[in-house]
Design a protein around this ligand. Structure first.
Ligand SMILES: Cc1cc2ncn([C@H]3O[C@H](COP(=O)(O)O)[C@@H](O)[C@H]3O)c2cc1C
Ligand SMILES: O=C(O)c1cccnc1
Length: 354
């Protein structure tokens, strides 16, 4: 059983040589120079991650970790925490269209992505299901307003559980991994993590989540101020443990494992972004493996992406999570790789160059 230290050590830089070859190749392909826009740089980064100037990625997997939050009883969300286990059942339900009746299921079916679901610590006793991975060590985190949301041991257990599920998805064929989440209240810990790691005022990185009104938003910012006021720590793992949550720790583990195995991590929204901030603070090379999907409508997401140095591929005003934006981005990245792999050069095609 690998330890967290092993996992962190296993994250090495992407391959600069295959990226260099890919950049050279992009400049020779049959199109006006630069005409594929951002797809060109994305394809070069994919070549670096996948270690080939003609990358041939295949499987896409979205790993949805669900967890509950002590702070959800403090009026920080527009929805009650009972939604979390009910949505897990929705991710797993049999529907006329196939398995799962949530947004991420519908989008994943459309794109051909496999959906994995993890109980990272929801508040309910979930029935067994063949597609449900059990990783809970506690039903819901403690309330970050008053105390550390998770112990160091709980934090590590969930990081390693996320890593194990990512390893399984890779063994089952995934080259692209989307970490996704479900957890009523989780934009509160995500904003607390973001504020601390970016050194930002909470008001600047706290959004409306599921759609809280002005009064609740002001209360949410106050809750986050109190949480931040409990501890001055900037140590990435301590920040994660202090503010939570279980699904954020699991997503961090998924990202580290994917990077350790030189696979692509597609980064979805604000909650995922908070896991990525912890990850890059732990091991800066993780950034090589992160591809930002869309810019989300949640306040603070743009600041996360700026800090990570990532340019989003689209802006559809998504503010959902579940990994939805990440799955939507997969065909763009698969297409970027296909240009390198399948397009001919001017010389090969006999097309006159400029
Ligand atoms: C039905 C439903 C489905 C969702 N799917 C994702 N979220 C998203 O909203 C929650 C975060 O927002 P907040 O911090 O305001 O609670 C998370 O569960 C996130 O995944 C959902 C929320 C709801 C209500
Ligand atoms: O950007 C996100 O990930 C997000 C926004 C609102 C609610 N849940 C998630």
């Amino acid at each position: 059983m690998p330890t967290l230290a092993d996992l962190i050590r296993a994250v090495q830089p992407a391959n600069p040589e295959t990226a260099r070859l890919a950049r050279e190749r992009q400049s020779q392909l049959t199109k006006p120079a630069g005409a594929l826009g951002d797809l060109e740089e994305l394809s070069v980064r994919l070549a670096g991650v996948l270690g080939s100037e003609k990358p041939a990625p295949h499987g896409v997997a979205v790993l949805v970790a669900a967890g509950d939050h002590g702070v959800a009883r403090s009026g920080v969300s527009a929805y009650p925490p009972e939604v979390t286990p009910a949505m897990v059942a929705n991710f797993l339900a049999d529907t006329p269209a196939g398995a799962g009746g949530a947004a991420v299921n519908a989008i994943a079916r459309t794109v051909g992505a496999k959906v994995y679901v993890m109980d990272a610590g929801v508040n309910a006793d979930l029935p067994d299901h063949p597609r449900l991975t059990r990783a809970a060590v506690r039903r819901g985190t403690r309330n970050l307003q008053q105390e550390a949301a998770m112990t160091p041991e709980e934090t590590e257990a969930l990081i390693l559980a996320g890593a194990a599920l990512a390893g399984r998805a890779i063994a089952e064929g995934a080259d692209f991994l989307v970490a996704g989440e479900m957890g009523i209240g989780n934009t509160t810990p995500a904003a607390a993590i973001t504020a601390r790691l970016l050194g930002a005022d909470p008001a600047e990185v706290t959004g409306r989540g599921t759609g809280v009104d002005d009064e609740r938003l002001a209360h949410k910012v106050q809750v986050i101020r109190e949480a931040l006021g409990r501890t001055p720590t900037t140590d990435p793992l301590e920040v994660l443990a202090e503010f939570g949550g279980f699904e954020i720790a699991a997503m961090l583990g998924m990202m580290l494992q994917a990077a350790a195995q030189r696979k692509v991590v597609i980064l979805d929204g604000f909650v995922e972004g908070s896991a990525a901030l912890v990850g890059v603070a732990l091991v800066p090379h993780l950034r090589d493996y992160l591809f930002a999907a869309g810019e989300c409508a949640e306040r603070g997401h743009a600041a996360q992406l700026r800090s990570l140095g990532l340019k989003p591929m689209f802006n559809l005003g998504l503010r959902l999570g579940e990994g939805t934006g990440g799955v939507l981005a997969a065909p763009l990245l698969l297409s970027a790789a296909a240009t390198l792999r399948e397009m001919r050069t001017f010389e090969e095609a006999g097309v006159p160059d400029a």
